[in-house]
Design a protein around this ligand. Structure first.
Ligand code: DGP
Length: 109
């Protein structure tokens, strides 16, 4: 989608601190971190919501496995939080599906 911020980051039309990329996924540091480590994993294909992901285990599975891969690349030890805000009432602000990977502090929930 031409006006989507995360599509533009994936296309290198906007800058970001990219920490990982493969054919289907790009991962970069959150511009407004909520923890010492805060990375967003974004499918390069535009899906607005988690609900829009196709019934394709490969696509969904890859995204989750890449969370594990990025945690290893970043050398996270002691655990991490994985979060998807799916839709406005869940707090989703950027309308392109993304997974938050947070670490480096103690989380309540
Ligand atoms: P959410 O509320 O789940 O939609 O989270 C969106 C996150 O995206 C929020 O933590 C801030 C981050 N973000 C928004 N715009 C940009 C941007 O242009 N660059 C980067 N790196 N992160 C962004």
């Amino acid at each position: 989608m031409s006006e989507c911020i995360f599509c533009k980051i994936a296309a290198r039309e906007l800058p970001a601190e990219i920490v990982f990329e493969d054919e289907k996924t790009i991962a970069f540091k959150d511009i407004n971190p909520h923890a010492p480590v805060h990375v967003l994993l974004v499918p390069k294909q535009h899906y607005t919501l988690l609900d829009d992901l196709p019934e394709n285990e490969e696509e969904a599975g890859r995204l989750l496995l890449n969370v594990k891969k990025v945690a290893a690349i970043l050398g996270i030890s002691g655990g991490y939080k994985v979060l998807v805000n799916n839709g406005q009432s869940a707090g989703q602000v950027v309308p392109h599906l993304h997974v938050h990977l947070l670490a480096g502090k103690k989380f309540a929930l």
